[in-house]
Design a protein around this ligand. Sequence first.
Ligand code: HEM
Ligand code: HEM
Length: 203
Amino acid sequence: MARSQPYQPLLLRILHGVNLIVVLLAMVTAFWVYNIYDGRLIQLPLPNIPDMIGIHGTFGVLFLIVFPALALYSFHPGQKRLIQGDTINKLTAVGKPIWWYSLYRIINTVMLLAGTWALMTGRQMKEEWLPDGNLNETWYQLHLSAWLVLLGCLIIHVLMGLKIGGTPLIMSMFRRQYRPSDSPRLWRQKIQEFIKSRKETRQ
Ligand code: HEM
Ligand code: HEM
């Protein structure tokens, strides 16, 4: 692998990939639920699967498990790719590379907020609302908005990635090879070192 190619730490690739799969499955089943019970804006000729709410709920719970792991990674080792103290100041350099990088950091952070929004509103949903025809419940409307917010942010996140680093950056998230220094065998040691350094900084 050429040294100049973008490289993503293996742990990030795994957490990010698992989240991507779960988000996509949650969004597809979410649309299906909407299509069966609501369909006020658009309705597609999809078959009526009786337990779609249960299936969506299962992906929702899965997301609840995998998303905090990605967030934890992003807030600690991946911190540099999220919004920084000086990111907003750098937005004055409109059109310059640093401006694009700053926007990219903002959208990465917004992805975490959009995921949190979907989780928060999903947790407030009641399984019976849609089968009972309660389509005007506030939490349902808010949960619906999470679908649009996630889709919009996902599109911007990918387009911004393409703008900043083109296909090599996008593909770097999906590549299988990793550097020896990034081997899973060393993760335990790295986590221990991380916890130790946190304890030392607190003292
Ligand atoms: C068209 C948009 C959506 C509809 C109609 C919808 C529908 C529902 C329904 C009916 C429930 C209750 C299920 C239950 O309690 O078993 C639920 C829960 C949930 N949904 Fe959605 N959803 C939508 C979008 C999303 C999106 C985009 C995500 C995340 C990627 C998501 C994540 C969740 C989560 C985390 C729960 C809570 C699961 C639990 O704790 O039991 N939903 N959703
Ligand atoms: C097709 C879909 C996706 C693609 C192609 C993609 C691509 C990428 C790439 C290339 C990066 C690395 C940026 C860099 O090196 O500066 C990144 C970072 C990130 N992505 Fe995605 N992404 C996708 C979906 C998602 C989803 C669904 C989420 C959240 C649920 C997400 C959350 C994040 C976060 C939080 C970061 C920053 C990670 C860190 O702090 O280290 N992405 N994404």
